[in-house]
Design a protein around this ligand. Structure first.
Ligand code: AMP
Length: 289
């Protein structure tokens, strides 16, 4: 495994791999790697000749009052994990390497971004598509692996790739969970013991909502209300949003009659947790296998 810190070297390696007709699987991350990230790496390993993982905490996708400064980092642990997953190259650039100067041209997401996390994290997805545009040009992947825990990100990146003809395939990977259902996240370390106990109810709340659909309920309001009530009853978390939208277009609906996403974000003392379920009009989970 090789750790690369400069754009030039990473790009030269990717170019040579292309010339040698070796397929490249790429997993973009912000580090502090856990089993969710590992699932993406395993998929990449199984389906490509070469695997590149990037670790970069992208300042552009954090708002002024968010957790950029205290986002968890552990280089040694990440090195061990990537080695274990037989990653070939870890691209680990500094902020200065990625953003040496201000950009004369800015990217702005105008659809799929005014709902869910895009609404409460202004500019977040602009930062995401900006860094990914750079990273895609640097790593030149055939396939890029994203987790459905960040389902809105998958939807936005899907649009980026289609709108701007990136010659790559997006592979969405189902959310990896703790035994009690909590979605694995780098931010879970910020939960107190009590909060960690309550955090499992976020997933359970979404499941309650989905069960309504399985049992024939189609009213968005009723489903959302059930989820809100469950989270408020079972946790001390403060709900940022609970939304039910079409997926991947993220359009509002009154009735469930096609594939939808039921998603929530909940603030605890030091962490904002997100989770979602994607299912069809019968309540049947899609993507999850
Ligand atoms: P992050 O380091 O949080 O930016 O995440 C990097 C990638 O890992 C993103 O595509 C995430 O969606 C994905 N990811 C994070 N947590 C999970 C999880 N619990 N299950 C599956 N994928 C995940």
């Amino acid at each position: 495994m090789k750790i690369i810190t400069t754009i030039e070297e990473m790009q030269q390696i990717a170019l040579q791999l292309k010339r040698d007709e070796r397929s490249i699987g790429y997993v973009p991350t912000m580090g502090y790697l856990h089993e969710g990230h590992q699932k993406l790496m395993k998929e990449a390993r199984a389906n490509n000749d070469v695997v590149i993982v990037s670790i970069f905490v992208n300042p552009l996708q954090f708002g002024p009052n968010e957790d950029l400064d205290r986002y968890p980092r552990d280089e040694e642990h990440d090195r061990a994990v990537t080695q274990q997953e037989k990653v070939d190259y870890v691209f680990f650039p500094s902020v200065e390497e990625m953003y040496p100067e201000s950009h004369a041209i800015q990217l702005r997401v105008v659809e799929r971004s005014n709902v869910l996390c895009g609404k409460s994290r202004e500019g977040h997805f602009d930062g995401v598509v900006t860094v990914l545009t750079k990273l895609f040009h640097i790593t030149m992947p055939d396939r890029v692996y994203f987790g459905l825990k960040d389902a809105q990100q998958v939807a936005v990146v899907d649009a980026l790739v289609k709108n701007y003809n990136f010659p790559l395939e997006i592979i969405p990977i189902p959310t990896v969970r703790e035994e009690d259902g909590l979605a694995k996240s780098s931010r879970n370390v910020y939960l107190s013991v009590e909060e960690r106990n309550e955090a499992k109810y976020i997933y359970q709340a979404l499941e309650e909502g989905r069960q309504l659909v399985v049992n024939g309920e189609t009213s968005k309001d009723k489903i959302v209300e059930k989820v809100i009530q469950f989270i408020n009853e079972k946790t001390r978390g403060k709900i940022d949003y609970v939304e039910l939208l079409t997926y991947p277009n993220l359009k509002p609906i009154d009735q469930v009659s096609e594939r939808v996403i039921l998603a929530t974000a909940v603030y605890f003392e030091k962490a904002r947790l997100i989770d979602n379920l994607i299912f069809d009009e019968n309540g049947e989970l899609t993507f999850h296998h």
